[in-house]
Design a protein around this ligand. Structure first.
Ligand code: PMP
Length: 355
């Protein structure tokens, strides 16, 4: 039986995408060949890459605005260093909202000065710091839009003047509308809202490049990948193909605007129950709650095994919290049906009845 999958990532993708992707492994485009056995330089695959790049810029409303979409490898973790490699000449400004921001800061320090403009570490990252200043002499400002582990999300981005805004959107890209043209670089590991693990999306405004004096190794240089249309080396063909299918699914569903409405409905369902049910409490500050990852705890641990038995019986998967937070985390990415959230909410209600 298919599970209700709240996994934090890799996570649920649309069922139709799983079907199409598995078909392409057996026979891609009725070619008599698997997508896994054809050249990445073949016409068929080049058109997959082109379409994936076009869909990204189209969905983000960035077509014709000087942006390129790249499908790279090495995960979002490689972007922690690649962003700094390509942009950090003297000093960069970072907002520290959790584990992933902290890791990005650590890598950037290898390349220059890092000013941490604000941090919510004092409260185990359960809120988003506000009212910080971005120094005017920074080469760029870096933030994490959605903190997958802690369940917080930036609702506003600072105005940075001419300073490029660099954002790790790994866990909320394509989930809600933003003015994406405010950003110099957006990066995201594919394995939440875009596709399987194995590729990383980098959307980059070309004009912000070429400002650092250091030599950049070819694979670390965004310019290399832009010049070679994201085909400098063999791209992760299956991850790119499956991402393209997921992006197409999103566009057919009505794009980001339509999915945002659904995501907000799903988030309202679970947060209303967390706030209503006397047995539970939320982890993240209410005003900073993520619409992708809802973090919550049982007020009394004595109900833990009963709750977890009910969860299991309802075929729910993946709601254990990250080890640094504990408790529970319901990740509700784009492809998670609203019915799955209803099933989880009913389990929370059932616990209240049985407790
Ligand atoms: N940033 C965020 C916000 C994440 O959620 C994750 C992974 N969960 C990462 C970065 C690291 O991504 P990767 O494993 O692709 O390196």
């Amino acid at each position: 039986m298919k599970k209700h999958n709240f996994s934090a990532g890799p996570c649920i993708l649309p069922q139709s995408v799983f079907k199409q992707a598995s078909q392409a492994i057996l026979d891609f485009n009725n070619s008599g060949l698997s997508i896994l056995e054809i050249s990445h330089r073949s016409k068929d695959f080049v058109s997959v890459m082109d379409e994936a790049q076009k869909l990204v810029l189209d969905l983000l409303n960035l077509e014709g605005k000087g942006y390129k979409a790249l499908f790279l490898q090495g995960g979002a973790s490689t972007q922690f260093l690649m962003t700094a490699y390509n942009l950090l000449e003297n000093k960069a400004a970072y907002l520290n909202t959790g584990t992933w921001s902290s890791k990005a800061i650590k890598e950037a320090k290898l390349f220059g000065d890092v000013e941490e403009v604000a941090s919510s570490k004092d409260e185990n990252f359960n809120y988003i710091p506000k009212n910080f200043n971005v120094p005017a002499d920074a080469d760029y400002f870096h933030c994490t839009s959605n903190n997958t582990i802690f369940g917080t999300q930036l609702k506003e981005f600072p105005t940075t003047g001419g300073i490029p805004l660099v954002c790790d959107m790994s866990s909320d890209i394509f989930s809600k509308k933003l003015d994406f043209s405010k950003f110099g670089i957006i990066y995201a590991g594919a394995q939440k809202n875009m596709g399987p693990a194995g590729t990383t999306l980098v959307v980059i405004k070309e004009e912000i490049l070429g400002k650092v004096s250091r030599q950049i190794p070819s694979m670390m240089d965004y310019k290399t990948h832009i010049d070679k249309e994201s085909m400098f080396n063999t791209p992760p063909v299956f991850a790119v193909y499956t991402s393209m299918l997921t992006l197409k699914w999103l566009k057919e569903k009505g794009g980001i605007e339509a999915i945002q409405k659904l995501n907000e409905e799903k988030a309202a369902l679970i947060y209303n129950e967390i706030d209503r049910n006397p047995l539970f409490e939320g982890f993240a500050a209410v005003e900073d709650r993520s619409i992708m990852n809802a973090t919550f705890n049982l007020k009394d641990e004595k109900y833990k095994s009963l709750f977890e038995d009910l969860v299991k019986a309802a075929h729910i998967n993946g709601i254990n919290g990250h080890r640094s937070v504990g408790g529970y985390r319901a990740s509700m990415y784009n492809a998670l049906p609203k019915e799955s959230v209803e099933v989880l909410v009913n389990v929370m209600k059932e616990l209240e009845t049985q407790a």
